[in-house]
Design a protein around this ligand. Structure first.
Ligand SMILES: Cc1cc2nc3c(=O)[nH]c(=O)nc-3n(C[C@H](O)[C@H](O)[C@H](O)COP(=O)(O)OP(=O)(O)OC[C@H]3O[C@@H](n4cnc5c(N)ncnc54)[C@H](O)[C@@H]3O)c2cc1C
Length: 509
């Protein structure tokens, strides 16, 4: 039996997630459904969340955004990866670069040859085989050259840094132009079906001014408060703070400095870490820390002492609990963004989680029957994605060798999820990497963090011996050389931006 179609989708919240949902639905539902968005300027948006991962390029394509225009409007810059400083040991530094590493040979993965040659002292640092890592170190940028399939220039993969408030504003303009109706006002009442087969479903939200906004499908993008999913439906939250100890962030912008780096930096401190996100008009910074291990005053002092430029405001505090909703979709409410859960921004995954939730919502777009089979599968996939990202983030803490603070000693000794232990054991034994189903981070991501934090396998893949040692050495060297030559011809990051997507305000070179 065909159930009646949804007529109106109501999005509650106008932060990054609310406007991303609005823009994507306006583009895919082709005007056949009414899309309404309610937000409160008085409550405002979280206003952090400025670093992304490469999949955002796909999102921009779906909503029809021109890259250069988008970067101009959001003071955006390019991102080739994340530099991790002081994570393995004090003084260590490595980059988790986007894109592939080396070139696989026959059926054996590149890193297996590299591991073998490293043992023999005949391999360069892993980063030398990644074009994004080498380009990041040299402050160079250009997009991939897909017309050169055999060149490392084809393997450049990039994401963006942008100003979160400008991004929401940009998406709002785009969504309203495509028919999304915006209502300004604080929601003070949520009306639910009193009885019947859909008892408890949300029927309407009512704003302070008395406006009643009805719909059949509600998207909760109300941020940490989870106005519909938690305050109304009492869905429940799974807390992961046993593994992810950080629970507070202090964010502060500072003046720009040169050079304009094409990567995010994450510097580990004594009880957390500090992000550095370079934009065209400023640098975004924040100290994410565990309040059980360091006081807020100390954390603020550490943050301010580690800025590259003059602070442009006082630090702003955000508290959070790491974890996710027991169900991201409950009845006729789908929670997206911070309302659905939160994993600290160490690998810039939150905006991606919004994007993938939107694509899942479109795959499982309901009619008014809200078939539990669809809802359950949506929830299963959401959980899988969240849990696998959680494991990847825990990996960064677990693999530390730092013992200079109680926080790091705790991280090194803590028990971890079995799914993560399994991956670490596989790597430790033979350097094997495992990507399960469609989990977000690919083998190269795991490899770079494991190696970057000094986890070295006990042996390598036996089939790496099928090729003679001298041939393998020559092969590795040729890959390294070609990459180095490609990076030489790439333009400087700031120069590329100045030529293609400079924002209205002048930027530093
Ligand atoms: C410290 C920190 C750093 C982060 N860094 C990154 C990063 O580098 N990369 C990344 O991908 N992500 C990052 N994130 C996550 C990112 O900020 C969020 O995923 C993103 O901003 C989405 O937020 P949101 O739209 O879900 O919530 P919010 O921005 O909080 O928006 C909530 C919306 O709901 C509205 N609202 C709430 N209650 C009501 C009500 N009663 N009536 C009407 N409207 C209401 C508000 O007005 C607002 O419009 C970070 C998060 C934190 C906390």
């Amino acid at each position: 039996m065909q159930n009646p179609l949804i007529k109106t989708v109501v999005i509650v919240g106008g932060g990054t997630s609310g406007w991303m949902v609005a823009a994507a639905l306006a583009s895919t539902l082709r005007g056949r459904y009414q899309i309404r968005l309610v937000e409160s300027d008085e409550i405002g948006i979280i206003g952090v969340g400025e670093a992304t991962i490469p999949m955002i390029q796909l999102f921009n394509k779906v909503i029809g955004v021109d890259e250069n225009e988008f970067l101009r409007e959001t003071q955006g810059t390019f991102k080739l990866g994340i530099e991790f400083v002081n994570w393995g040991r004090l003084g260590d530094s490595y980059i988790h670069g986007f894109g592939s590493l080396g070139q696989d040979l026959w059926t054996v993965r590149f890193e297996q040859y590299w591991q073998k040659m490293r043992r023999l002292g005949k391999a360069a640092d892993l980063g030398a085989y990644s074009i994004t890592r080498m380009a990041a170190k040299a402050n160079k940028f250009m997009p991939a050259r897909h017309d050169l399939p055999n060149s490392p220039l084809n393997q450049i993969n990039h994401a963006y840094h942008f100003d979160a408030s400008l991004y929401a504003r940009y998406l709002r303009k785009l969504s309203e132009a495509r028919g999304v109706l915006r209502t300004e006002g604080r929601i003070v009442q949520v009306v639910q079906q009193p009885s019947g087969p859909q008892e408890g479903h949300v029927q309407a939200v009512v704003t302070e001014s008395g406006e009643r906004i009805e719909g059949e499908l509600f998207i909760d993008c109300s941020g940490f408060r989870g106005l519909l999913i938690e305050q109304t439906l009492k869905t429940g939250f799974e807390d992961w703070s046993e593994w992810l100890l950080c629970d507070t962030a202090l964010a502060v912008p500072c003046e720009s400095v040169t050079p304009l780096t094409p990567y995010t930096r994450s510097t580990a401190h004594s009880a957390g870490w500090q992000w550095r996100i370079p934009l065209q008009h400023r640098i975004g910074n924040g100290h994410v820390f565990a309040s059980k291990f360091v006081s807020e005053d100390q954390a603020a002092a550490t943050l301010l002492a580690n800025l590259d430029g003059k602070a442009l405001a006082d630090p702003r505090k955000v508290q959070f609990v790491p974890g996710m909703r027991s169900q991201c979709w409950n009845r006729n409410v789908v929670a997206i963004g911070l309302a659905s859960g939160f994993i600290e921004p160490l690998e810039s995954t939150a905006i991606h989680l919004v994007q993938s939730a939107i694509s899942r919502l479109i795959n499982f777009f309901p009619d008014q029957g809200f078939n539990p089979v669809d809802v359950n599968e949506y929830n299963r996939q959401s959980r899988f994605e969240y849990e696998r990202i959680r494991d990847f983030i825990i990996l960064h803490y677990k693999l530390t060798q730092r013992d200079d603070s109680a926080f790091w000693r705790h991280c090194a000794q803590m028990s971890i999820p079995d799914t993560l232990s399994h991956k670490i054991e596989l790597y430790r034994a033979h350097g094997r990497l495992l990507r399960v189903d469609l989990e977000l981070f690919a083998e190269t991501g795991w490899l770079q963090v494991m190696e970057g934090q000094n986890l070295q396998p006990e042996s390598y893949h036996p089939l790496a011996d099928l090729q003679a040692e001298a041939d393998t050495a020559e092969y590795l060297e040729s890959v390294r050389e070609v990459i180095a030559k490609c990076v030489e011809v790439m333009p400087d990051h700031a120069a590329y931006i100045a030529q293609h997507c400079a924002a209205a305000k002048p930027m530093l070179r």
